[in-house]
Design a protein around this ligand. Structure first.
Ligand code: ATP
Ligand code: LTN
Length: 329
């Protein structure tokens, strides 16, 4: 709609999605789609920076799309598409590469982490990941980028690159801002609450997947690491495990942290962990049923992607044409 702010976000189809992806990203999109012009993509070009099995990547891509839809992301309200369907991403990335310094990419924390985890395959794409993400965002003249806090550095670099290009030529890109959750911008690992819950982490018990059945969800929460005193209060510094569980309970139960704390005043950790597990399992059940139904309807999913790609390409190509003109192509 004319005059509305533009919002862009994406998730990579690497592994199964966790409740961290849901709380940090997808859940917010459902609310934001009513007030902004939203573009949501499945970042399969980012996904191949780590080796993927082709058939699995293809299947997971559809699964992520079906999950977006099952969570309530509505293709009538926003543009939902697959990154590789819009060639402007790769094209703008190439141009932006010439406005990005090797040194600043080498210093990115995610690059350093992933290089350590995939020492056998530190490819150029892994290093270039933030530039491709900058291209994603800048192509759509994006105002806001709703992401988890782990993506802060990437949004910052997208801003730097935009400003650099604008200064070198003339205003071309909107300089975007990140948008974080008040609660749940970072859901931590249940087994190691000092670490972010990640869909590609090592310990499968520390991450709750959107596909986990009720028993699995409850078992994982029962085993969640807390601490040795017995107070259920929100204090991320002193009580990272308990605070993480309170954030999850708050996000899944639709309550403030204060209300969540009040629910457990005077209660023990056993009861608390079970209640958090149940809140999550209750919320996941209908999403999972809808997810399964949608996954069986491949014609519908293909149709959503086809329409999305057309709309996204139209918007993206407008920006790309401006860029090409300015640089002398
Ligand atoms: P991977 O482990 O494969 O690197 P990831 O779990 O970090 O992946 P991404 O695809 O990189 O997931 O992220 C998708 C979105 O989910 C991003 O907006 C990211 O900030 C958000 N996100 C991921 N993990 C969490 C988390 N634990 N808490 C809050 N938000 C998260
Ligand atoms: N790198 C992001 C996924 C992503 C993204 C984007 C997020 C790719 N392109 C553009 C926001 C905007 C991640 O969450 N790991």
């Amino acid at each position: 709609m004319e005059g509305r702010k533009i919002l862009y976000s994406a998730v990579q189809p690497t592994n199964n999605l966790t409740i961290g992806n849901y709380v940090g990203a997808i859940k917010n999109w459902v609310n934001l789609q009513n007030d902004y012009d939203c573009y949501f993509s499945i970042a399969n070009m980012h996904a191949i920076t780590v080796r993927q099995v082709p058939a699995e990547l293809r299947q997971r891509t559809l699964s992520v799309l079906a999950l977006y839809l099952a969570c309530g992301v509505d293709p009538e309200k926003c543009v939902l598409y697959l990154q590789s369907h819009v060639s402007a991403h790769a094209e703008l990335c190439w141009v932006l590469n010439t406005f990005t310094y090797v040194g600043e990419m080498e210093r990115m924390t995610q690059f350093k982490d992933k290089s350590a985890r995939h020492a056998e395959n530190i490819n150029m794409g892994l290093m270039d990941y933030p530039v491709l993400m900058a291209a994603d965002i800048l192509l759509f003249q994006t105002d806001l980028v709703p992401v988890g806090i782990d993506q802060r550095q990437h949004v910052e670099i997208a801003r730097d690159i935009a400003q650099r290009f604008n200064n070198a030529y003339s205003p071309t890109f909107k300089v975007p801002e990140a948008l974080y959750n008040k609660v749940g911008a970072k859901i931590n690992d249940l087994a190691d609450p000092a670490k972010k819950m990640s869909k590609s982490g090592e310990n499968p018990n520390g991450a709750v997947f959107m596909s986990d059945d009720r028993d699995t969800v409850i078992r994982k929460f029962k085993r969640a690491v807390t601490d040795s005193d017995a107070e259920i209060i929100y204090d991320p510094e002193r009580k990272p495990g308990v605070s993480n569980l309170l954030s999850i309970y708050s996000a899944f139960g639709g309550k403030s942290i204060e209300a969540a704390q009040a629910d457990f005043a005077g209660k023990g950790y056993g009861e608390f962990k079970l209640a958090v597990g149940e809140a999550v399992a209750d919320k996941l059940a209908p999403v999972q049923a809808e997810w399964k139904r949608l996954l069986a309807d491949k014609a519908y999913l293909d149709g959503v992607l086809k329409a999305g790609a057309e709309n996204a390409a139209r918007a993206a190509n407008r920006t790309l044409a401006k860029v090409y003109k300015k640089i002398g192509f």
